[in-house]
Design a protein around this ligand. Structure first.
Ligand code: CA
Ligand code: CA
Ligand code: CA
Length: 459
């Protein structure tokens, strides 16, 4: 053996040994493959079906469960009695999960004259219920159902009007913000004058299991409720009533982080959105002494199918990022940081170790959210408290996959009520704590604005 080869072998051995003796180090954002937004379960799909893939490495048994849940998610329910898929209503918002979460993506605002479908109204009157949540509206409950089966009456209808205001950037380019206003009409009983509305659009379904798998202490570690470090950003966790556990827990899902986990969110959606009673929410949403609908405890959907749907949304994969080495995208990423978007849309998170579910375990993911509530200003306020969330507080939306919205849904209706029709509008609506960010963007050159958008499109 030549001495130089011996030398190389010795060097390689030395490096291997030295490497294995090294103390474990916390990996930084730059050390990870940013393409893999959803960790090891990321899918490479940038087409119209990009939000409809299961995790890459599911076991055959789990893949089967995912498929069963998929079937229920897409199932169109009809009114009983019916040999297939009965139980719809009596009052409801949508006939299937998929009718609102279109292609597992987001909903949209109705076109003029069109019925409201994938936008719904949470409702309440002033005060707090026994668990610190919103107070149901007498006769109307906690959500307004504007549709009903034959023979029943919708609770009310909703009239949406937009007012439009034009603004301009220093270079003269204009953008238009539309402000919605909502009026309830045709109440089946008089609509209380003190009713408060929270319009919400159906959000996309990707990566939810990964968000559920982030350790609670990691979310709490990002809180700075009183802004002690003085950077102008707070971040607050919501705490909500867990119906199954019968105690208060951290909220993670929904625009106000008012749903504790995917199973309850699914159960709630069956009950309130579609009118399908289940083991978590046992009574029809419009059950009250006046109407007396289905007070029985026999669920309209079996427990196992509710679990299957929850499993389905838990295991919908996040699509990989695209074009991350494009110089414009890189520049946009830098602007995202300098504009302090990343203070709330925190790029990287880690999921907790979970030996029972390796696909969700110990994953490095890029959801671009801290899952905390932030003051977004009066322009976005719904003026209504939801557990710990004030009217102006919303949960930072995860931005992963957002660049594929157009391909998946054909429209880009952003923010909690879908009022923003593109990225610029979404950003310019950011007020409150995020006013620093929108203010920064309002001063950018056109080229820099385009880079920021290119970056968002790469997510
Ligand atoms: Ca029903
Ligand atoms: Ca209702
Ligand atoms: Ca702070």
């Amino acid at each position: 053996m030549k001495s130089s080869i011996k030398y190389i072998i010795a060097l390689v051995l030395f490096v291997i040994v030295a490497e294995s003796c090294r103390k474990p180090e916390q990996l930084k954002e730059e050390d990870h493959n940013e393409y893999l937004s959803g960790g090891s379960q990321t899918v490479f799909d940038e087409g119209a079906g990009a939000f409809s893939n299961s995790f890459m490495g599911l076991s055959p048994k789990n893949e089967f469960n995912h498929g069963v849940g998929d079937g229920i998610f897409d199932r169109t329910f009809v009114s009983a009695p019916s040999p297939v898929n009965p139980g719809l209503g009596p009052v409801f918002n949508g006939v299937s999960c998929a009718s609102c979460h279109v292609s597992n993506g987001r909903g949209h605002t109705p076109a003029p004259g069109e019925q409201m479908i994938s936008l719904l109204m949470r409702i309440s009157v002033l005060g707090e219920n026994e668990h610190g949540g919103p107070v149901s509206v007498p006769g109307y409950g906690e959500q307004l159902q504007q549709r009903a089966i034959v023979g029943a009456q919708p609770e009310a209808s909703v009239d949406i009007q937009y007012s439009y205001q034009t603004y301009s950037f220093p270079d003269g380019e204009t953008y238009e913000l539309r402000t919605p206003s909502y009026t309830l009409q045709n109440g089946y009983i008089p609509i209380p004058s003190d009713i408060m509305l929270s319009p919400r659009i159906a959000p996309p379904m990707i990566g939810l299991g990964l968000l559920e798998a982030i350790a609670e202490e990691d979310i709490l570690a990002r809180q700075d409720v009183e802004d002690v470090d003085g950077d102008g950003f707070s971040g607050k966790a919501n705490y909500v009533w867990d119906v199954v556990k019968q105690k208060k827990v951290i909220g993670r899902f929904g625009w106000k982080a008012a749903a504790p986990n995917l199973l309850e969110q699914a159960g709630f959606a069956f009950s309130e959105d579609i009118g399908i009673t289940n083991f978590i929410f046992k009574k029809e949403s419009n059950y009250n002494p006046l109407q007396g609908n289905n007070s029985s405890d026999t669920p309209e959907l079996s427990d196992s199918l509710v679990h299957a749907v929850a499993f389905y949304i838990k295991t919908l994969a996040v699509p990989a990022r695209r074009n991350i080495d494009d110089p414009e995208v890189k520049k946009g990423k830098e602007i995202f940081k300098v504009a302090k978007c990343s203070k709330c849309h925190v790029p990287m998170s880690k999921t907790a170790v979970n030996v029972a579910f390796p696909e969700l375990s110990n994953q490095t993911i890029f959801p671009y959210s801290d899952l905390l509530l932030h003051n977004m200003g009066s322009g976005l306020s719904d003026g209504r408290k939801d557990n710990l969330a004030e009217g102006y507080e919303w949960r930072t939306r995860p931005l992963w996959g957002i660049g594929l919205t157009k391909k998946v849904n054909g429209y880009t209706h952003f923010l909690h009520d879908g009022r923003a029709r593109n990225f610029i509008e979404a950003i310019m609506w950011h007020g409150g704590e995020a006013a620093q960010s929108s203010g920064y963007v309002s001063q950018l050159s056109k080229a820099d604005r385009n880079s920021l958008i290119k970056f968002l499109e790469s997510l």
